[in-house]
Design a protein around this ligand. Structure first.
Ligand SMILES: NC(=O)C1=CN([C@@H]2O[C@H](COP(=O)(O)OP(=O)(O)OC[C@H]3O[C@@H](n4cnc5c(N)ncnc54)[C@H](OP(=O)(O)O)[C@@H]3O)[C@@H](O)[C@H]2O)C=CC1
Ligand SMILES: CC(C)(CO)C(=O)C(=O)O
Length: 318
C-alpha cells in the first residue's frame, strides 16, 4: 500500500524528506506558508536539487499554501523552525483529523506540546535527524552528504510503536533516510538537543564549519563543559539520553570530524541570513529544565545569550 504524506513546512529538511519519499514511490504533497517558496516552486514546476553543491537538477513536485490544500494525507511530516510552528499549525488546522499522524524531526524542544494541541500522543511520531540540508534560496535546495549516509531516529510519543509506525520506518528505510526506531521518547529527543547545544551554537557564533570547530584545541574542553551540564540536567529530570557522556563526546567528534566536516549547521544558516535562531529551544531549553530542579546550567545560559548577540551583530554590522 502506498502511503500518502503531506510535508508541512517545505523548507530545507521538509523538501529533502518529501523528495526522497516521493522518489521511493510514495505519494507526497508539499505545503508551505513562505510566499516566495510557494510561488518559485510553482513557477519552476519543482525544486532545484543538488548534492554537496553538484549535479543541480529540477525535481518535479507540487506545492500549495495550507488554505489551498485539499488532500487528505495519512501523515503530515512537520518541519518548520520552532518559532514558526504555532502559526503554521494554526493556518493548517482545517486540514487535520483525529486519524492522521504527525511525524516531526525538528531540532530543539517545544514542538511536541504545540503539535499535541492538534494530534494526540498516540498519533505523534517524533525523532531526530543527523542529516544536513541547505536551502540556497526559494526553490533551490542542497542535500549535504552522499546518498544514504545520514541517520535518523524515530520514536512514538507513547513509546509504543504501532503498525503504522513500523510501516513508516520501512518506507523511510526505502527512501534511504537511515531510520532507527527507539522507545525512549525524551531520551531520544534530548540526545539531539545536546548535540545541537554544542555544535550548532559554537559553529554558528564563530562561523565555523563543523570540521573547523572540532580541529580547535579548545573544542574538547568546551564540549565536555556543555555535555556535563546537560547530562546533569537530564539526570535531575529523570531523562536518560541514548548515549553515555563518553559516547556523546565521541559521537560529536565523529560527526563533526568524519561525517560532515564541511557543513555549517542550520543555525549558521539562520544567523547568516539575519534570521533568529532556535537557540532558546536548544540551550535555553536545557537551562529552563535545569531551573525547574533548582540547578543553574550556567554555560548553556551564557551561550544562549552569546548566540543572541551573534544574531544582533550580524544585523547591525551589515
Ligand atoms: N537544515 C538542516 O540541516 C537541519 C535542520 N533541522 C531542523 O529542521 C527544522 C526545519 O529546519 P530547516 O528545514 O533547516 O528550515 P527551513 O529551510 O524551513 O527554514 C526556511 C524558512 O525560513 C524562512 N525564510 C525566509 N527567507 C528565507 C531565505 N532567504 N532563505 C531561507 N529561508 C528563508 C521561510 O519561512 P518564514 O518566512 O515563514 O519564516 C522558510 O520556510 C528545524 O527545527 C531545524 O533545526 C534538523 C536537522 C538538520
Ligand atoms: C545536520 C546537523 C546534525 C548538524 O549539526 C543539524 O542538526 C543541523 O544542521 O541543524
Amino acid at each position: 500500500m502506498i502511503m500518502h504524506y503531506a510535508v508541512l513546512g517545505s523548507g530545507a529538511m521538509g523538501l529533502r524528506f518529501g523528495i526522497l519519499l516521493q522518489q521511493s514511490g510514495q505519494k507526497v504533497d508539499f505545503i508551505d506558508t513562505w510566499d516566495r517558496q510557494v510561488s518559485t516552486i510553482t513557477k519552476q514546476g519543482g525544486v532545484y536539487v543538488s548534492r554537496d553543491g553538484e549535479n543541480r537538477h529540477l525535481v518535479l513536485i507540487n506545492i500549495t499554501f495550507p488554505e489551498n490544500y485539499h488532500g487528505h494525507p495519512d501523515a503530515f511530516i512537520i518541519f518548520t523552525k520552532q518559532m514558526g510552528l504555532k502559526a503554521m499549525l494554526k493556518r493548517s488546522a482545517q486540514l487535520f483529523d483525529d486519524q492522521q499522524y504527525a511525524i516531526t524531526l525538528m531540532n530543539g524542544m517545544g514542538h511536541i506540546e504545540k503539535i499535541n494541541k492538534y494530534f494526540k500522543a498516540e498519533k505523534v511520531i517524533a525523532g531526530t535527524a543527523m542529516i544536513g540540508t541547505v536551502l540556497n534560496d526559494a526553490g533551490d535546495v542542497d542535500f549535504i552528504g552522499k546518498k544514504g549516509t545520514g541517520t535518523i531516529h524515530l520514536v512514538n510519543e507513547t513509546e509504543k510503536p504501532d503498525k503504522f509506525t513500523k510501516q513508516v520506518v520501512s518506507e523511510f528505510k526505502k527512501a534511504q533516510l537511515g531510520p532507527k526506531l527507539t522507545t525512549n521518547f525524551l531520551g531520544t529527543l534530548l540526545t539531539k538537543v545536546i548535540y545541537n547545544s554544542v555544535v550548532n551554537t559554537l559553529c554558528s557564533m564563530y562561523k565555523l564549519k563543523e570540521g573547523e570547530f572540532i580541529s580547535a584545541s579548545v573544542s574538547t574542553k568546551l564540549i565536555n563543559r556543555l555535555i556535563n551540564e546537560a547530562y546533569h540536567v537530564c539526570d535531575l529530570a529523570g531523562i536518560e539520553p541514548l548515549n553515555s557522556k563518553e559516547e556523546e563526546f565521541n559521537a560529536i567528534v565523529h560527526a563533526t570530524r568524519d561525517v560532515t566536516p564541511l557543513h555549517y549547521p542550520s543555525m549558521y544558516q539562520d544567523i547568516s541570513k539575519q534570521r533568529p535562531t532556535e537557540v532558546d529551544y536548544i540551550n535555553g531549553y536545557l537551562y529552563d529544565l535545569g531551573k525547574k530542579y533548582h540547578y543553574n546550567a550556567q554555560a548553556h545560559d551564557f551561550l544562549r545569550d552569546l548566540v543572541h548577540l551573534a544574531e544582533h551583530a550580524e544585523i547591525v554590522t551589515q
